[in-house]
Design a protein around this ligand. Sequence first.
Ligand SMILES: NC(=O)c1ccc[n+]([C@@H]2O[C@H](COP(=O)([O-])OP(=O)(O)OC[C@H]3O[C@@H](n4cnc5c(N)ncnc54)[C@H](O)[C@@H]3O)[C@@H](O)[C@H]2O)c1
Ligand SMILES: [Zn+2]
Length: 647
Amino acid sequence: MLAVNFTPEQLTVLQQVDAQQNVEQLSALFAKSALDEAELVQVLSTANALYRAGLPVLTDAQYDLYIAMLSDINPQHVYLHTVEPEVLATAKTVELPERMLSTEKAYTLTDIEKWLKRILKAAQELNIAKADIELRVTPKLDGYAAYDDGKTLYTRGDGYRGQDISRAFARGLKVAAKGERGLGPGEIVIKKSYFDEELSEFFENSRNIQAAIIAEKKVDENVQKAIDDGACVFYPFALLVNKTAHYSDIIEHFDDIIAQMWQAVDFDIDGVILEATHSEIKAHMGATRKNHRWQIAYKVNEESAEVEVVNIIPQTSRTGRISPVAELVPTKLSGATISRVTVHHYNMVKSKRIGPGAVVQLVRSGLVIPKIEKVIKEAKPQLPEQCPSCNSHLLWESDHLICPNKSDCPAQTENTLIHFFKTLGNNDGFGPKVIEKLSHYGIKHIHEIYQLQVHQFASFGFGDKTAQNLFDQLKASREIEIEDWRFLSAFGVSRLGAGNCENLLQHHSITALFDLTAAELVKIDGFAQLSAEAIVEGLANIKAEFFKVYQLGFNLAATPKASAQVESSSPIAGTVIVFTGAMQQGSRGDMEKQAKSLGAKVAKSVTGKTTYLVTGEKVGETKIKAAEDKGVSVLTEQAYLDLIAGD
Ligand SMILES: NC(=O)c1ccc[n+]([C@@H]2O[C@H](COP(=O)([O-])OP(=O)(O)OC[C@H]3O[C@@H](n4cnc5c(N)ncnc54)[C@H](O)[C@@H]3O)[C@@H](O)[C@H]2O)c1
Ligand SMILES: [Zn+2]
């Protein structure tokens, strides 16, 4: 582990915990490798206080590792056997109506079966028939634990005494689902889709917000809006979607049920809770000082690794955006060696201080490629000043560095040409190698490629056969029928992917699009003002080239107009689709809308009727496997986009 530099906000929390402590010493402890018992407890309590305040300094995996170390040195230590406390300076402390505990954790079905044996043993002691033993399975909400007795809303505190946070209700916080008060324990949670769309710009994670709702007298206007919009609620566990069945059924269909629960709610969850329902069994088993013995949390282990950055390589995309690709000290993750990862954008490189010598945490979960989860050790950010392809001076455009040289940057030109032929998808001659060569000979535009004759290809160094073949392919690519939306999307206008192209073309013919104003675009369902403006600008930029190519005479099939039965023409017409995980290309809500506009039915959970499960980021293996077992086709986001593009 590495020394931590506490932020000013974190220091304020630490002050509340213990005004006397020596912050430098504390910070150094996080870097020390062999900690003694007292030091481990100090690290754990510090991390815990910050985590409960919504300002975590460690990842959960790191925190759990320290817990494991403490338990190794002294399994009896009181820290391991009590509820990890919250620190809130501003609210008054009150006795909880009922104890609120942490949960025992299980990571495998074997762990669950061991726990189940203890339940069966308790049942036997009570002479309760096996046939009467049911388990209730619910999603484990990853929010902020609270208790509602009908009059007061309490935090969990130390499990015995919490704090009165009724003012959250006074401020408009609602009880989820049926809305009754007094349903006991639950969590304050924020809708994931809402967070992604409305709040992710302002907050790093929902935990920041939940902590603010609880701790602060006055909340941020964005948070107040989330409360007013009903996106932030108190969710009593009693109202949670659940699967309650005989224990043997639960065990038999374990993976399915876990997968179902994992996507049952639009809130962050960090596991699935299993509990016995029989009140006598519960009373008999009771609790330790930390956990109810009749309850357990099933969690999925994500794999993660801390990796050192060697170098950051800028890559110019077709739009001129420069993508930062981090070269890493090769590291094993999930059995694969990872040596590079794309950083989100250059603002992240700058603000999170990523450069040679930085250490990042890579996380890989489910079938998703590793992502940088956080920066563990900062370094001097490595920011390029010039475009790696054309040496133009780079400019900032919101979070991105861009190469402003639209007309003469080889990387932009080549990637635009590559995108065109790839999207058209009706020939395989014009891949990166061929395009690079053509670009080297000064061919920069699509229409120029289509004008090339066999002898010209030959003069660029292609063999006779290849030259003829390339020429024939170009001819064929004009003759083979192709949907007009695919043709349009091949030009790579920002925000004009296949779906949006098809939507537009359901309302206007392809040549008429270039005369549309943003105001006219917004009238079409699915286009917001900002993207409409970007589209109008993008179309204006390609107009000249578009018509030069269009006039070469492609065999375009016009998209049926919205009135004339859209659905049957789309590749996903009549299918049932479930989207899960965080999407990269747009919000999940937008993707669902688009799927519906293409004639698909969108469902929330996978059943035997589901055709496709489209997985974004952070989707567990269990979920994917469960879907596959039901005969559902599992698609990555990209595969799905290819599918609707007709690739
Ligand atoms: N990153 C850090 O620095 C840091 C610090 C402290 C703790 N942690 C993490 O927090 C976890 C331990 O914290 P904990 O003890 O608060 O939580 P826990 O993970 O043991 O969960 C217990 C809580 O789950 C909640 N819960 C959610 N859904 C539920 C449901 N459907 N039914 C019943 N209960 C439900 C309850 O409110 C209960 O209080 C560990 O996994 C640890 O990694 C991290
Ligand atoms: Zn450039």
